[in-house]
Design a binder for this molecule. Structure first.
Ligand SMILES: Cc1cc2nc3c(=O)[nH]c(=O)nc-3n(C[C@H](O)[C@H](O)[C@H](O)COP(=O)(O)O)c2cc1C
Length: 324
C-alpha cells in the first residue's frame, strides 16, 4: 500500500496529466501520479469518454484515480466501481492505489454545481461524501482540497480534521483559497497548520518549481510528501531534479536539444495512447511548454500549431534542434 511518506507526486491536472504525461513523469522520477478528474455524475450516465480517463496501463502504477461530484451516493458508486475495476467503459482491470476526492477545483462551472472547492463551504456534505466513498471503496480514499473558499473563510485545519475523522487515508492541501484560483503565490503556512493538526499523511501542494522549492516546503511545513502541478508542464525533468537532490546525486539541467527530444517523445506517447487524430491537437500545448524559454521558439510554436501529423511535427522540431 502506498504510504505517502517522502513521495514526489504529479498533481492531477484535467486535460494535461493523461497516460503520456504520467509515464514521462514516472520515467523522470515521480513516485506517484493522479489521474485527471473524473465526473462521478458522468459515470452514473455511463459516459463512454469518462471510461478512458480511468484506464490504467501496466507501466502506470501506482496511481490515484480522482473523482469529483457532490452527491454522496453518486460519489460512492464511482468509488465502488473504480476501486474494483468495474466501470463498464474502462477496459483495463488494473486497480488504482487510491481513490482521490477532488474538493479543491475552483473552476466556475464546477463550483456552481456544488462540486470541487464549493464543498469547502459545506463541510457536513463534504464529510458525508468522504464517509460514503470510504465505505464503498476497496482501496484507500484520499482528499485534495484548498486553504478555504476565500481569505475570510480559511478552514483547511477544520476540513483536514474532518477528512481524517471521516476515514481519509491521506490528504493533499493546495495552499490557496478558491478565490485565488492559481495566483498569487501559495501560502505554505496553511500547509504547516494542516500538517500539525492531523496524524494521517499530508501532501503539500502549490508553487513548487524546483528541487529547492520542494525541499523548502518540506522544511518549512513538515509535510510528508510534495505534489507538483504547473512546475511539471513541459518540465518532467523537475522530478529528476528533486530525486537527485533527495539522493544527494549530481543533477544536470537538460540541454535545449534534450528538451525538444522530450517534446517529441511525449507526443509519440500521446499518439500511442489516443491515436494521431486526437493526440496531435492535444500535444500542441505540451510542445509549447517544452519549448518555453528556448531561443527562437516563437515561429516554431506557430508552425506546430498548424501541423496535423507526427511527421510534420518531427520535421519542424528536428530542423529547430539543428539551430540550437
Ligand atoms: C490545467 C490545470 C488543471 C488542473 N486540474 C485539476 C484536477 O483535475 N484535479 C485537481 O485536484 N486539481 C487540478 N488542478 C490543480 C493542481 O492539481 C494543483 O493543485 C495546482 O495547480 C497547484 O499546484 P502547482 O502550484 O504546483 O501548480 C489543475 C491545475 C491546472 C493548472
Amino acid at each position: 500500500m502506498i504510504d505517502f511518506k517522502n513521495k514526489i507526486i504529479l498533481a492531477p491536472m484535467a486535460g494535461v496529466t493523461d497516460y503520456a504525461f504520467r509515464k514521462i513523469a514516472r520515467e523522470y522520477g515521480a513516485d506517484f501520479c493522479v489521474s485527471e478528474m473524473i465526473s462521478a455524475k458522468a459515470m452514473e450516465f455511463k459516459d463512454k469518454k469518462t471510461g478512458a480517463l480511468a484506464e490504467i496501463n501496466e507501466d502506470d502504477e501506482p496511481i490515484g484515480i480522482q473523482i469529483f461530484g457532490h452527491e454522496p451516493e453518486c460519489m460512492a458508486n464511482a468509488a465502488y466501481l473504480l476501486s474494483r475495476g468495474l466501470y463498464e467503459h474502462t477496459k483495463s482491470k488494473l486497480l488504482p492505489a487510491t481513490i482521490d476526492i477532488n474538493m479543491g477545483c475552483p473552476v466556475k462551472k464546477i463550483v456552481t454545481s456544488g462540486d470541487g472547492s464549493a464543498l469547502m463551504q459545506n463541510i457536513s456534505l463534504a464529510e458525508k461524501i468522504i464517509k460514503a466513498c470510504v465505505d464503498a471503496s476497496s482501496v484507500p480514499v484520499t482528499v485534495k482540497f484548498r486553504a478555504g473558499w476565500d481569505k475570510e473563510s480559511i478552514n483547511c485545519v477544520d476540513f483536514a480534521k474532518m477528512a481524517e475523522g471521516a476515514g481519509a487515508s491521506a490528504i493533499t492541501i493546495h495552499a490557496r483559497t478558491r478565490s485565488q484560483m492559481y495566483e498569487p503565490s501559495a501560502n505554505w503556512e496553511y500547509i504547516k497548520n494542516v500538517k500539525e493538526s492531523v496524524k494521517i499523511p499530508v501532501v503539500g501542494n502549490g508553487d513548487i518549481y524546483s528541487a529547492n522549492d520542494a525541499f523548502r516546503m518540506i522544511e518549512e511545513t513538515g509535510v510528508d510528501s510534495v505534489m507538483i502541478g504547473r512546475g511539471a508542464l513541459g518540465n518532467p525533468f523537475i522530478f529528476e531534479e528533486i530525486k537527485s537532490k533527495k539522493e544527494s546525486k549530481e543533477y544536470t539541467e537538460p540541454t535545449p536539444r534534450e528538451r525538444v527530444e522530450a517534446a517529441l517523445y511525449h507526443t509519440r506517447l500521446m499518439i500511442f495512447d489516443k491515436g494521431e487524430k486526437i493526440a496531435i491537437p492535444e500535444s500542441r500545448k505540451h510542445v509549447s511548454w517544452y519549448l518555453k524559454g528556448l531561443r527562437g521558439n516563437a515561429p516554431v510554436r506557430v508552425a506546430i500549431n498548424h501541423a496535423t501529423t507526427y511527421d510534420e511535427i518531427e520535421k519542424i522540431l528536428k530542423e529547430y534542434i539543428n539551430t540550437l
